[in-house]
Each structure stands twice: as C-alpha cells, then as structure tokens.
Design a protein around this ligand. Sequence first.
Ligand code: FMN
Length: 192
Amino acid sequence: MSFIRECIVTTPRADGSVHIAPMGIHENAGQLIILPFKPSATLDNIERDETATLNYSNDVRIYAGCLTGHRDWPTCPTDIIKGVRLKNCLAHSELEVIDKVDDDIRPKYICKVAHEVTHAPFHGYNRAQFAVIELAILVSRLRRLPQEKIQQEIEYLSIGFDKTSGPREQEAWGWLMDKVASFQASQKEKPA
Ligand SMILES: Cc1cc2nc3c(=O)[nH]c(=O)nc-3n(C[C@H](O)[C@H](O)[C@H](O)COP(=O)(O)O)c2cc1C
C-alpha cells in the first residue's frame, strides 16, 4: 500500500543555488519515491547528485510561493548528504537515490532515508492550510483543467479557508488567486 506525503523538495542546482518545489512523495514499504514530471529542475538536480531533501512545513506560503514566483525562503546545508534544507521547516529527511525507473513522462527515483531530524513541534492541522495546498495543485494544472472545474473547486475550498485562515494562509491564497485571475484574463484576450 502506497501513501503520499505532500512536502517541499529542496535540491542544489549545478551552480550551487537552491531549487525548491512542492511534490507528492510516495511512501511504500519503507522506501520513498520521488516522481518529477519531465522536464523539471528537480529532476535534473536529482539525476546529477542522486540526493534530495524532503522538508515538512506548515507554512503553506512555501507551497504557494513556488508556483507564484516567491521562492526566496531561508535555507541551510543538510547534515549528511550533499544538499540543502529549509531553515524553518518542522522536520526534514535527507534522501539518497538507490534505484531509478525511467519513463518518458514521469520517472521514479526510489530513495532511502539517510538522515532525519525534527526541529520544532507540529501543532495540528488547519483547513485553510489544506485549502491552500489544493489551490496550489489547481494552479499547477491551470492549463490542463477546464475553467468550470477550477471555479467549482475554488468555491468549495473557500469554505474551509474562510473559516480557519490566518495571515500566512491569507498571503498564500492571495498569491494563488492572483495567478488564477491573470491566467483567466489571458484566456479571455485570446482570439476565438
Ligand atoms: C502539493 C503539490 C504536489 C506536487 N507534486 C508534484 C510531483 O509529485 N511531481 C511533479 O513533477 N510536480 C509536482 N507538483 C508541481 C511542481 O511543484 C511544479 O510543477 C514545479 O514547478 C516542479 O518543477 P521544477 O522542479 O522544475 O520546479 C506539485 C505541486 C504541488 C502544489
């Protein structure tokens, strides 16, 4: 049985700068599987170094920020692998690739956990955090989903968001909704 962890993957680029991307990591029989779509910077970096770091954070601005051009989150070097992690994450796992299944669309990088650290306590779930992560997924698929479906999902997600959001979730939601609005405006400008 596979389980998916939504988390933030950090990898160093060839020039030493940091790449940050939200990804759904599959967990199966003690192994963690990263599935980046082709092409992607995360894929290039994992392919080169055969390592990656999973960051667990309840600051959902990081998920929203990666899709809306706000990627300047503080990072620091990892402990064991050649890598980087988010400085303010609640916990992180340092991964080493042990196997790879190539694919034209979405290769699989099968990893083992080389090192894992908890940095701060987890204080529970919030419906607005879930809503922001779901909206971030919608934004990552704006070109592939029908407009009607996007609108319906936003209406549903707004219910939990409106009831439970704090300043971080509101900032993240605002970035994502701006992106939805500019995408919708660009579609209207297109000649029929
Ligand atoms: C919650 C969440 C989960 C995601 N999971 C994946 C994933 O498993 N694989 C993937 O390629 N992109 C995933 N995405 C989309 C990527 O984060 C986004 O396309 C990103 O730009 C990846 O490309 P990059 O490595 O070039 O930045 C996810 C996005 C969100 C918000």
